[in-house]
Structures are given as structure tokens and as C-alpha cells.
Design a protein around this ligand. Sequence first.
Ligand code: ADP
Ligand code: AMP
Length: 209
Amino acid sequence: MRIILFGPPGAGKGTQAVKLAERLKVPHISTGDILRRNVAKRTKLGQLAQKYMAAGKLVPDDVVIEMTAKRLKEPDAKQGFILDGFPRDLQQAKALDKLTEIDLVINLFLDPEDLVKRSTGRRVCPNCDAVYHFLTNPPKKRDICDNCGSALIQREDDKEDVVRTRIATYDEITAPLVAHYKGKGILRDVYASGHIVEVQHRILEVLPK
Ligand code: ADP
Ligand code: AMP
């Protein structure tokens, strides 16, 4: 299955994508993770992307589209994928339409103040990209990744002012894509409030039987 996990920053896309990818045995492709790895390695792409990401703005379409197209062509994505963080505007959605067919768009939605709480409390593993929340989804050992033992960090763009800019960017530029996918008849809304397992069950309910 080729699935897009759609929704505002902090809705829980990455958290749910990891679980769904395991279940469906397809890769989880997060454009945010790919960009952050490039920033950490100081590649040309990372150096270009960094200032946009730090400000909560979208990285320019041409580079993100090229990066995602390359990733989707890798052999592990042939049988399907969970795409998280792409597309984020109409130009990206149209580029994706040309690259591949999408079977399902899962649209996570949540109250804006809950989005802020989730993002500002997020802690991530810089080594394996695992995601935690210091209150609602803590690691077993404080600030240590359960998977690989690395020290967790707070993302630079998870400070409250940048989080609010990212939510505004989503509302203005990304949310209109809901109409694009509704028009194709492949969008399913899923309320993202409640425990992670509860949200997971709601997602499983919208998968084709
Ligand atoms: P996104 O990928 O949409 O930005 P994440 O999956 O990174 O969102 O989740 C944002 C934050 O909220 C993380 O700190 C994560 O641990 C936490 N989180 C995710 N789902 C839930 C949930 N259902 N209840 C509480 N916290 C959650
Ligand atoms: P995310 O990990 O999805 O929260 O993304 C973090 C940041 O990476 C975003 O705020 C953007 O700056 C950048 N980014 C990720 N995906 C895209 C995309 N599809 N288009 C443009 N910028 C992106």
C-alpha cells in the first residue's frame, strides 16, 4: 500500500507511521528525517535546508521534490511506503501524482493547542530518529533512547515560537491539499487525540479490509 500520513506538525504522523510501516512491512519515508540527516552531515542539501527548517518555513520545492523522488525510486519502496511530511504544497502534490499512485491519505487532525503541547514536549534521538514526549511518551530511562541508548535532544524547531510558525505555515500552505486528495476520493480523516494506541486503532479502521 502507498499511504500518505497527512496532518499538522505535532499531530503524531511520525509516531503512527513507524507502527504502520512495521505492520504493513513497507518503509517509513519522512522528508523531515531525511532533511535533518542532511543538516547533521552538513551536506549541500542540509546547508541549504537548515535556515528554512530553523525558521519553520518550507524548504524550496525543487530540492524537496528531487530528494523525495530519489527516495521513492529505491527498491524497498516498490511494494509501498508510508510517506510522512510530503507533500506539503500543491506543487509537491502534483509532482507526486506524476511519480506514483497513492492508495490512501490518512488525515490526522487535532486542536491547535494540543499540537503545540505535543511539539514542545517532543524529544528525538539524533542517532536513530526515534520520537518521544517527555510527558506523554517518555523513554524508559530519562532522556536516553530506548532503541539505541543515545542521548535524546529537543529539535531546534520545537521551540514554541517556531512551532507556532510551523502550524501557521501548515494552515496556509499545506492544509489546502486536503481538497486535492478529497477530490480523488482517497482521503480519510482520523482524530489524533487520545492515547497513541487509541489513535493507532482509529487508523487501522480506515485501512481497506
Ligand atoms: P508529527 O510527526 O506529526 O510532527 P510526532 O509523531 O513526532 O508528530 O508526535 C509529536 C509529539 O507528540 C511527540 O513528542 C510524540 O511522542 C507525541 N505523541 C504522538 N502521538 C501522541 C498521542 N497520541 N498522545 C500523546 N502524545 C503523542
Ligand atoms: P517535519 O519533520 O515533518 O516536522 O519537518 C521539519 C521541517 O523540515 C519542516 O518544518 C520543513 O522546514 C522541512 N520539511 C520537511 N518536509 C518538507 C517538505 N515536504 N517540503 C518542504 N519542507 C519540508
